[in-house]
Write a new protein. Structure first.
Length: 430
């Protein structure tokens, strides 16, 4: 049932078994899956109606499609074009539109009489198929604490707010990063999610980003060994904290020089990022998903000098299309894969970025990656290092000078700070 919210009182019809085939086991979720219902004690005559397949022994196989989807209605080919057609004295009415809606995520399969609704869909190793992926064990996961963020806080489930207010300081500009990764559910959270997070974190640290300015959001409350090296890793259920932090960094003058976002979560076909199924109901509730409209709103007219958005997930085209048409994201560059790739290929490629290496030079020698910007100036925005140092300065920057002038944080002259503040106040008054 993963996907758009639906009416809880009228659940899906019951079946005896559910079969899921994944034609792209190496790809990131979401991607098209083949879902079938299996019903027992069904007569051959009753089973062979519509698109059902009779398996013998009174077993019937039915392909499943999403019953609620937008703008994907198509009429069956070969039918009459009018509303009705008279043939041999009989009226043949046109069939109703059939929804050709693919299923992109593993469904939540439960026993109807079980009030706890545990997931009953499990992977089985069979000859001729790829081996089952092994989920990443999450330590100390507590659904009660994770669920508190989805509602108003009470004394019973009070949780300390994340210390995001310390991210920006007066008279100082720094490089910032936000990393969001995980698998939406424990069943589809794999070791490569944690590996990708660690690879990108290590690359940022090597390129001068301070640990306190790298905010990582991974899976649920249950953390893995990556938290030992990275320090504080926040759960991906903290959507409010993610958006508040981006708003703070982007709205504050001179807070960020380079703002880096790395997104490695499951994504819907419209580009919506699925954060984490905190209440375990298999439905992407509003506070469990991050639509691209909200992401672009958070990055709109960002005061960072450059915003580098590394998209390592399915369906990057909806975000790229909106970014190209936008007039409010002149400093945002989207770096994505040209072809769909899962695992750690994207993260491993960027893990090799060196502090003195130009972003544009790192992208150009290989084919699978491309950059998209709203202003069409992606080459100009990428013609620097990740920390913003020039690539072709004369004389060349030494390592010590590059670290002092561009890595981490730099102090701003008081006059520059007040001039920019005065200009911002004038714009707000206008």
């Amino acid at each position: 049932r993963t996907g758009a919210p639906r009416n809880h009182s009228a659940g899906p019809p019951a079946h005896d078994a559910v079969l899921v085939l994944d034609p792209s086991p190496a790809a990131s979720f979401g991607h098209p899956l083949l879902l079938f219902y299996v019903d027992f004690n069904v007569s051959p005559r009753r089973c062979r109606s519509r698109d059902r397949f009779y398996l013998g022994s009174y077993e019937c196989l039915t392909p499943a499609q999403r019953s609620r989807c937008e703008n994907q209605l198509k009429r069956r080919p070969g039918r009459s074009k009018g509303r009705s057609q008279r043939s041999a004295g009989r009226v043949r009415r046109e069939d109703l539109p059939v929804g050709l809606c693919e299923i992109h995520f593993l469904p939540l399969v439960v026993v109807a009489q079980d009030p706890k609704h545990p997931q009953k869909l499990h992977c089985m190793d069979l000859r001729g198929f790829n081996p089952c992926p092994q989920p990443l064990p999450l330590l100390g996961s507590t659904s009660t604490v994770a669920y508190c963020e989805l509602n108003k806080n009470t004394r019973r489930c009070h949780r300390q707010q994340l210390p995001m207010h310390k991210s920006c300081r007066m008279y100082q500009t720094c490089d910032h990063a936000v990393l969001i990764t995980g698998g939406w559910q424990e069943q589809v959270t794999y070791p490569h999610h944690a590996h990708n997070l660690l690879l990108f974190y290590q690359m940022l640290r090597r390129n001068g980003f301070r640990q306190e300015h790298i905010k990582a959001f991974f899976a649920s409350e249950g953390q893995t060994s990556v938290a030992v090296e990275m320090g504080n890793v926040h759960p991906a259920t903290e959507k409010l904290a993610i958006r508040s932090h981006l708003a703070l960094v982007c709205r504050s003058l001179h807070c960020a020089d380079s703002l880096v976002l790395y997104l490695n979560s499951p994504a819907a076909s419209d580009g919506t990022i699925l954060l984490w199924d905190a209440n375990h109901n298999g439905i992407a509730d509003p506070k469990e998903r991050y639509p691209i409209s909200e992401l672009l709103a958070d990055l709109e007219n960002c005061n960072a000098r450059r915003v580098l958005l590394f998209l390592d997930q399915s369906y990057p085209e909806p975000l790229a299309k909106k970014l190209r048409a936008s007039q409010r994201h002149p400093n945002v560059v989207l770096v994505r894969g040209v072809t769909a790739s899962g695992g750690s290929a994207f993260a491993e490629f960027w893990a090799g970025l060196q502090p003195d290496q130009c972003l544009l030079q790192h992208i150009l020698p290989v084919g699978p990656w491309s950059a998209v910007s709203a202003s069409g100036t992606s080459a100009q925005l990428l013609n620097v290092t990740l920390a913003g140092a020039p690539c072709h300065s004369i004389p060349p920057l030494g390592e010590e000078e590059r670290q002092r002038r561009y890595h981490g944080c730099q102090n701003l002259p008081t006059m520059l700070w007040y001039q920019s503040r005065h200009q911002q106040l004038q714009q707000e008054d206008d």
